[in-house]
Ligand binder design. Structure first.
Ligand SMILES: CC(C)(COP(=O)(O)OP(=O)(O)OC[C@H]1O[C@@H](n2cnc3c(N)ncnc32)[C@H](O)[C@@H]1OP(=O)(O)O)[C@@H](O)C(=O)NCCC(=O)NCCS
Length: 198
């Protein structure tokens, strides 16, 4: 956890940020706690949490406890955000990511470096699209979905809440909630751990 005062890409305002970080290893460690912002001057929240399930939960809890604190949109200047794109609070769009017309990015969702999201797709709250992944038009990702590096999701496919799409997978059909799919075409795979929940 650290406090810093960077400038928001989107509006050029300076904020006093509270950055909530989470490190995963053998154990999960949360740096900082939910009471810290109450004792400090915080204008805005930004999260750097890689796990989409944890990110959504932490975001929800922060928003519930501190409704007065802003969640500025973090959109890199090299990203392309098309007409009619809706961005939820705390959404992050990284370097060279592309969201074409009518895309909806849910609260605390993230488009990582160089991924593309096609027309009218919905990226659910907390979901993470990793570098180089391509999501075709009309795709619906549920909440806290992880799309692996370089994965492809074909048009109008639905992906359930908390599902994981493996790196390099080509998803051609609906993915059930909580499932992990890998390969070309993507098929369901059992997890190495019985429970990935935090
Ligand atoms: C799919 C994924 C979530 C599975 O993670 P996991 O449950 O820890 O998987 P494991 O490493 O235990 O592997 C389980 C099996 O799936 C296979 N597998 C894992 N990822 C795979 C992938 N992307 N494509 C094909 N097979 C894969 C493993 O080889 C293993 O096969 P086996 O049972 O025959 O030995 C993960 O491998 C993945 O692709 N994550 C994306 C990472 C990413 O893009 N990060 C972005 C960083 S910026």
């Amino acid at each position: 956890m650290r406090a810093s005062w960077p400038t928001c890409f989107a509006c050029s305002r300076n904020f006093r940020y509270w950055v909530f970080s989470l490190i995963r290893g053998g154990n999960t460690t949360v740096l900082g706690d939910f009471s810290w912002p109450a004792a400090h001057d915080v204008d805005a929240f930004a999260m750097g949490i890689g796990d989409p399930i944890a990110k959504f939960r932490v975001g929800q809890e922060l928003a519930r406890r501190y409704p007065q604190v802003e969640w500025p949109l973090v959109v890199h200047p090299t990203a392309y955000v098309g007409n009619g794109v809706k961005l939820g609070k705390g959404a992050v769009v990284c370097v060279r990511a592309v969201a074409t017309v009518g895309v909806q990015l849910g609260d605390f969702s993230q488009l990582n470096f160089g991924c593309t999201v096609g027309h009218e797709s919905v990226i659910g709250a907390g979901s993470l699209v990793n570098p180089g992944a391509n999501i075709s038009g009309g795709v619906i990702l549920g909440r806290s979905v992880m799309v692996g590096t370089g994965a492809q999701i074909l048009q109008y496919v639905k992906v359930g809440d908390e599902a994981q799409i493996g790196a390099g997978a080509v998803v051609t059909r609906e993915v059930p909630p909580g499932a992990t799919v890998v390969g070309v075409p993507a098929t369901q795979k059992a997890l190495s751990t019985s429970d990935r929940r935090l």
